[in-house]
Design a protein around this ligand. Structure first.
Ligand code: TPP
Ligand code: MG
Length: 307
């Protein structure tokens, strides 16, 4: 096992978790407004997958639940905390909030599966222009039951675009247990559109990194799409007010026991874990403190068209 790589990944996973827990505390105290969706339990996917990105060549699209994707990609805690507080120092000057992040070649929106049509368009443009790079798109199991997702997958299959679809199947769409509202299987649907399908239970960040690395290289070379389903679990509510009355007890017990973050933690020397956690806690506390002190944007300035 590569302990140096695992320590690096653990630091990013712990950063995401600490960020999400801090956000929960801010909402509970009424220090943040609006809504937010945490990714506690799913950190290993963001970190393992996005460890492969070439920021200048690839394009990444997220979802309503993308704090982890953003932090895995950029590590910019202060900008994200500022964005959630509506501050001028935010990722997009506090205009978008938690669900509407835009940073370089990374975009998210709050429509379930809503980035997929654009993601296929970007990949098609890359293919037609002969540009390098791939488009990596996260989506949820609920997103798989949206019409626009199926239209986008159909076009990816028809045009054979360099897309990698990363389904984070966490078993729930808000309070709906996905199995209950899904006809047939995701795999047969996706294969029906002419895309190869890979499924993996996302427990081990190093394994996710290795698997995604293979798929990433394949799509960079072949310029053809691949669909990857990760089985995962969110160990937090859907959004800020959720009593989690819908959870399936067996699933909950399995994923609490097998939390990928704790699994990585257990494999590292105690001293390494202690150093990482102290450093990250300081980093997050400092970023939130600075974000609190940062100014709100000036509406007159912000409403001017961007160059
Ligand atoms: C088109 C659309 N319908 C409904 C919603 C409300 N909504 C927000 S998140 C969500 C559940 C999404 O579930 P899933 O795709 O599994 O992602 P997860 O929340 O599990 O990460 C829904 C229905 C929405 N944002 N967009
Ligand atoms: Mg889901």
């Amino acid at each position: 096992m590569n302990l140096d790589l695992l320590a690096r990944f653990y630091e990013r996973m712990f950063l995401i978790r600490t960020f999400e827990q801090t956000v929960e505390a801010y909402f509970a105290r009424g220090q943040m407004r609006g809504t937010t969706h945490g990714s506690i339990g799913q950190e290993a996917i963001a970190v393992g997958v996005l460890s492969h990105v070439h920021p200048d060549e690839d394009f990444v699209t997220g979802t309503h639940r993308s704090h982890g994707h953003f932090l895995a990609l950029t590590g910019r805690v202060f900008e994200l905390a500022s964005e959630l507080m509506g501050k001028k120092t935010g990722v997009i000057h506090g205009r978008g909030g938690s669900q509407h992040l835009a940073f370089g070649n990374f975009l998210t929106n709050g429509i379930t599966g809503g980035m997929l049509p654009s993601a296929v368009g970007v990949a098609l443009a890359k293919k037609l222009k002969g540009e390098p790079g791939v488009v990596i798109s996260f989506l949820g199991d609920g997103g798989m039951n949206e019409g626009h997702t199926l239209e986008a997958l159909n076009l990816a299959g028809a045009f054979q675009t360099p897309n990698i679809f990363v389904l984070e199947n966490n078993h729930y769409a808000m309070s709906t247990v996905t199995e209950r509202v899904t006809g047939g299987t995701f795999e047969s649907r996706v294969r029906g559109f002419g895309l190869p399908y890979v499924r993996h239970r996302a427990l081990d960040v190093l394994e996710i990194h290795r698997l995604f690395g293979e798929i990433y290289q394949r799509v960079r070379e072949t310029r053809r799409p691949v669909f990857l389903e990760f089985e995962t679990y969110r160990l937090c509510g859907h959004s800020k007010s959720d009593k989690r009355e819908y959870v399936v007890p067996e699933l909950e017990a399995y994923w609490r026991e097998n939390d990928p973050l704790l699994r990585a933690r257990r494999a590292l020397p105690e001293e390494t874990v202690r150093e990482i956690e102290e450093r990250v806690r300081r980093q997050v506390a400092e970023a939130f403190r600075r974000a609190e002190e940062a100014p709100f944007p000036d509406p007159a300035e912000e409403l001017k068209p961007r160059p």
